[in-house]
Ligand binder design. Structure first.
Ligand code: SAM
Ligand code: SF4
Ligand code: F3S
Length: 475
């Protein structure tokens, strides 16, 4: 779910003669934030540039999660600095996690950008833009305990009109020892339930068929009237009565439109509850799919990672998911070569993968991040060749599991929401099953946004290939 692919996005609207262009890197939350930035700036008169070359302002919305993500962005900023030689009035702004992490560094030491804006300061962008020019630079990297951009209606970018992201919370309070996110996104806070429902009702009206509720730890969503995160136990009686937890939010969202599929990401193994699992089971339009990052299969490494669960806890959660939702798709994130990881720990990860049989996983080498607990207190002591070899073993095991699981799906029928043309063959459609497996099939007379039943004839490691056998009315 959290990939480092860059998508170049063009921005519409108009009123002044200033044009902007935004490019997003990192996780889905960053892509959702770019739509908030677009909304704020289009309200303030900025209009679309047809491409990067005719933009007056270029924003790069950035990711700091691994060093290679930052290196890629740094190269892009150097390229833009060179472009400025031919276009001295061009304003370049850095947004998002790298802006928050590096603060003034990119302005002062490297003179790479004109504006630096952290994830909680996007309402200030119109001011920041006013103050640049003639050598002036501007910065706002203040993190907030309350900002959720709740009432801002995102302007969808490069949308297929079928799927949309909806942020339900911001920040993270978990402090996994390897992770930079709590430092770049600040403290956890939940968004007003009413504003979430309003946004989803509007999406439904506009014909969208799938929403993905986004948060770093959706299971700890708790709306009780606003403000920084509190635990349920510490709420007043009135707050308790009016509070909405993640299971209840899922239920409210599912009731908006029975023809709209509801997805969510990311769940945390320590926090996902039976109440959430039973809510998924109860509503056919909540997809049977959970992204449940394990990170490691070794209890000792999980403790060093400060994940707050053990291997046994994780395996029990998977067993519970399979018991309550037997055909649930499950995916995972795994980090190879975290501090002190031995061959034994690595084998524990491989055996956890064998036991859980994830449908797919996002797999990474550990990358030390400045400011994290691991960087301050631990040694990045797994040799790079061991990290890489272990990662290769993890990836080939996952490929074997995915291939086998997909093979077993041949001959079965899956309900698929059509998302658009397949990337490989424009004559075919691509969609996803309830379990979030990619399905490729013939177009016939159907349109993106339609639900169809597809008979699976062939499969690969990453997708199912089949033919439509019937139209369906809902998920
Ligand atoms: N909040 C989610 C969770 O707890 O699973 C994940 C958020 S993080 C942005 C996405 C993934 O990046 C993590 O699940 C982890 O696998 C990976 N990741 C985070 N920090 C990393 C690091 N320092 N090195 C390698 N991978 C990392
Ligand atoms: Fe990072 Fe852990 Fe928070 Fe996920 S739960 S964002 S891995 S600190
Ligand atoms: Fe996302 Fe990267 Fe920030 S994964 S939260 S954009 S560090």
């Amino acid at each position: 779910m959290f990939e480092e692919t860059a998508i170049k996005k063009e921005i519409t609207e108009n009123t002044t003669n200033k044009k902007m262009f935004i490019e997003s890197y990192g996780c889905a939350m960053n892509f959702a934030d770019s739509e908030i930035v677009l909304s704020i700036l289009s309200e303030n008169g900025y209009s679309q540039s047809a491409g990067e070359s005719d933009a007056d302002v270029i924003f790069i919305n950035t990711c700091s999660v691994r060093d290679n993500a930052e290196q890629k962005i740094r190269n892009r900023l150097i390229q833009l600095k060179n472009n400025k030689k031919h276009k001295p009035d061009l304003v370049v702004g850095i947004l998002g996690c790298m802006a928050e992490r590096l603060k003034t560094k990119l302005l002062e030491e490297e003179n790479l950008v004109d504006i630096v804006a952290g994830p909680d300061s996007y309402r200030d962008l119109p001011n920041l833009l006013k103050n640049v020019g003639g050598g002036n630079k501007s910065i706002n990297v203040i993190l907030s305990l309350e900002e959720t951009y709740a009432e801002i209606s995102p302007v969808r970018i490069n949308s297929n009109g079928v799927n949309a992201f909806v942020s339900i919370m911001r920040g993270c309070d978990n402090m996994c020892s390897f992770c930079v996110v709590p430092f770049t996104r600040g403290r956890e806070r939940s968004r007003d339930v009413k504003s979430i429902l309003t946004e989803i009702k509007q999406l439904s009206k506009n014909g969208y068929k799938e929403v993905t509720l986004l948060g770093q730890n959706v299971d700890s969503y708790l709306w009780f009237g606003g403000g920084p995160k509190k635990d349920f136990e510490s709420l007043s009686e009135i707050e308790k009565q009016n509070s909405v937890n993640f299971a209840r939010l899922l239920e409210l969202v599912a009731q908006v439109d029975e023809k709209m599929r509801i997805r969510f990401s990311t769940s945390h193994p320590k926090d996902i509850t039976d109440e959430v699992l039973y809510t998924i089971k109860k509503y056919p339009n909540i997809t049977n799919y959970i992204h449940l990052p394990a990170q490691s299969g070794s209890s000792r490494i999980l403790e060093v990672m400060n994940r707050n669960y053990s291997r046994e806890w994780y395996l029990q959660k998977i067993a519970r998911i399979k018991e309550i939702i037997p055909d649930c798709g499950i995916s995972c994130d795994i980090i190879s070569g975290f501090c002190t990881e031995t061959e034994f720990d690595h084998n524990e990860t491989l055996s956890l993968m064998e036991k859980c049989e994830f449908d797919f996983s996002y797999m990474y080498n550990y990358s030390e991040r400045p400011g994290t607990l691991a960087e301050r207190k631990m040694k990045d002591d797994v040799a790079i060749e061991d990290k890489k070899r272990r990662l290769t073993e993890i990836i080939s095991l996952q490929n074997k599991i995915s291939k086998n699981k997909n093979k077993n799906r041949e001959g079965k029928v899956y309900r698929v929401l059509i998302e658009g043309a397949s990337k490989r063959n424009k004559e075919e459609y691509m969609g996803r099953s309830d379990q979030n497996i990619v399905v490729i099939f013939n177009k016939l007379n159907y349109q993106p946004g339609d639900y169809v039943d597809v008979l699976i004839e062939r499969s690969t490691t990453t997708s199912l290939i089949g033919k439509i056998i019937a139209k369906a009315e809902k998920p």
